[in-house]
Design a protein around this ligand. Sequence first.
Ligand code: ADP
Ligand code: MG
Length: 709
Amino acid sequence: MSALDPPPASLDRLPVADLQRVGPRLLARLARLGIHSVQDLLFHLPVRYQDRTSVVPLAQLRPGVTVQVQGQISEAQISYGRRRSLKVWITDVAGGGAERVGAGVLLRFFHFSPQQLAALRPGVRLSCYGEVREGPSSLEIVHPEYRLCGCDEEESAADAPRLTPIYPSTEGLQQPSWRGLTDQALALLAQCAPGEYLPPATLAGFQLPDLRAALNYLHRPPLDASLDDLTERRHPAFLRLAFEELVAHQVSLRRLRLAHTRTPAPILSGDGGLRQRLREVLPFALTPDQEQAVAEIAADLARPLPMQRLLQGDVGSGKTVVAALAALQAIESGRQAALMVPTELLSEQHWKGLGNWFKPLGVEPVWLTGRHKGRERTAILKAIAEGRAPLVVGTHALIQQEVRFADLGLAIIDEQHRFGVHQRMQLREKGAQEGGAPHQLIMTATPIPRSLAMTLYADLDLSVIAKAPPGRTPIVTVALPDERRAAVIARVQDACAAGRQAYWVCTLIDESEALQAQAAQETAQQLGEWLPGVRVGLVHGRQRAVERESVMAAFAAAELDLLVATTVIEVGVDVPNASLMIIENPERLGLSQLHQLRGRVGRGAAQSHCVLLYHAPLTAQAGERLALIRSTLDGFRIAEEDLKMRGAGEVLGTRQTGSLEFRVADPLRDQHLVSAAQRAADLILASHPELADPLIQRWLGRRGEFGVV
Ligand code: ADP
Ligand code: MG
């Protein structure tokens, strides 16, 4: 568009394609981030700001920190290792141009142009910005943002804003493009006010900046803005947007809830026969917390409205039996139940575990995963469609299109933090027929503080198992540097010699299953050599199901002493005789994930130990995190700290694409806004329903469509 065009009528109707220098490729990349209109662009806010004025001396660099550094190129060469790269060493030049050269850092470029290669030659001075990490031989920064310090250095430094916004991005979209795009969007914002979707009564209660001022501030902080206020997101401009975002989420979830209450669900009262028989064969009695959850669920299932209930309980708290009783209630009522879990291994365990429990009852669960192919798969699908499968246990395979249930009455989702809202809805839709919907039970081991749960799961009711079953000895956790590996291996030897079993968990930064599997393979081999007489098994995500199944079965039957595994064992796996767990590189995992892993031991009566074998030196924050894990077994406390340190999105799983993805708001930090946001949402739904759609569209975009149902 040119400057002569009339101002746009509405920013949300103005496609980004109309901006200058937006071609088909850029358009596709923006679309990947959900950016279609100029309004989308304006609400795509910086994740952080760079303070380019403070330069960290090279001698003070530490892995894991993102810094601005300056130095002189001492050497530059192309290296032809596993991957071709350009390696550029820069070193401190001591003040006054003396010859004494100080510390250095390696800059590594995997992609570089001939122009870059020509420009980055010894003697040139650079100013760079990026994350420092531990390379094979020295500290390095991969693909730093950099600029040459030439003679016009003073000039360009004066031009540069003090706080440079950094936008969340996608492959092939660099920061300068973002700045160009947002410059154009802000120019349009100056001509055209953004739509105001909060009710006047709500706005009157706040002393917050208007939308336009808030957006301008956050995209282009003025010279006197405080970096701390921006980083901590305390500035009123943030609050203004965070509040509106919380309102949008509340409106979307509440509408979803309303929609649920309008759809009928089958009444699953059951005669209690199967449930009674299960209680008779169980080797334990339910705890009071479990009983309460069972009662709450039973009451929901007996109503003609679809249950939407979240069952929250720490790892090992005994959620499975609660789910089993719910499933039996559905089966007693002549309906099918489905249990969806995030990994194949877990689906296998549930299928077998529930199969054992249900065998005396004459109920045989069916197992369906991506591995079931050909004729076997056809037979399973047929059994499900003809209603001959009372309980179907499986992975995402359950929500594939070909899967048709005859009569799904209850859909259960385990470890729901690994799924997104969309998948939860898809499973629900599986059972939707003749205008009815199945009941849903959603289970999670991430213990979320209640106030946070209210924000994130405003469309759900909540049951909590707060206390674990009795008879467990608390796990003792220690942290050791990996130089002590030999001593730790000796400890594994001792434990196994004493008839106990152990896990050895390998973690990698790279989440790719292939690399994880490779690391675990190497570790298993090495441990096998070091520990003659110890029977070592290996489980990872790249094995065939049969292979993994037989290894797990052997471990559960105590035919293996040591199980080397990737983090695939994080969810659900249950072997009560295992009492020692070694976790390599625990500093790379989130606290909640560590807690989940550790929950694999401490399930029997024996004293259990967890060894966190970390790689020194730890950053101060990593040290604090490990200290916290060592000091408590309280999953709520750990989750709360984890949330504080990393934010809700990361803790609860980046796969959560729906209600958990906030752009500006942080449901934990902004807790004080939550109840006001709920009131505003109620007001909108009751008195200003026309605001709901544009508000949801602005903040949730297409993700909000599930709120419409
Ligand atoms: P999670 O909540 O992590 O899914 P599980 O359902 O796997 O926990 O239960 C963990 C272990 O505790 C299992 O071995 C289970 O059989 C056992 N368990 C569950 N409830 C009780 C109980 N009331 N008393 C004793 N053991 C129980
Ligand atoms: Mg479980």
